[in-house]
Design a protein around this ligand. Structure first.
Ligand code: HEC
Length: 116
């Protein structure tokens, strides 16, 4: 009887720690992507932190993300596609640098620049 109780207790502790461990893994995974940090790191040479072209970006004719018309006429899929493919001689492709979760996480950043 005493032994059985111990086994049940051990099982209980095991399940609890497994759950805790699993939660920590998923939390860490979500916390890993910081979209604004990615934007500043990879995009801010040409697109500034407010979504406007930088001086360098202006020379390349970078898109102004604060332009309401542009925002309305572009889709989330198009934004992701631009990050994947870039534009020859204007914007590099980020296929090798960012994974698809990171690219998708950048869409709300781009969307946040427009004044409503
Ligand atoms: C070397 C400069 C440069 C960097 C770095 C850069 N871009 Fe661009 N980006 C441009 C230029 C230039 C254009 C305009 C391209 C065109 O007209 O086709 C552009 C256009 C875009 C567009 C609009 C495309 C469209 O459909 O009009 C998006 C969205 C975009 N960039 C997102 C990003 C994101 C996100 C990053 C970082 C991961 C990034 N860019 C990094 C230069 C850059």
């Amino acid at each position: 009887m005493y032994k059985k109780g111990l086994i049940v207790l051990a099982l209980f502790v095991f399940v609890l720690s497994a759950v805790a461990c699993f939660q920590r893994i998923t939390l860490a995974k979500e916390a890993k992507i910081d979209p604004m940090k990615l934007y500043i790191k990879h995009c801010s040479d040409c697109h500034d932190k407010n979504g406007k072209p930088t001086d360098f970006g202006r020379e390349l004719e970078s898109t102004d993300f604060t332009d309401k018309n542009w925002q309305t006429n572009t889709s989330d899929a198009k934004i992701v596609k631009q990050i994947v493919d870039g534009t020859p001689e204007k914007m590099m492709s980020f296929k090798e640098k960012l994974n698809s979760d990171e690219m998708k996480a950048l869409v709300p950043v781009i969307r946040s620049f427009v004044k409503k």
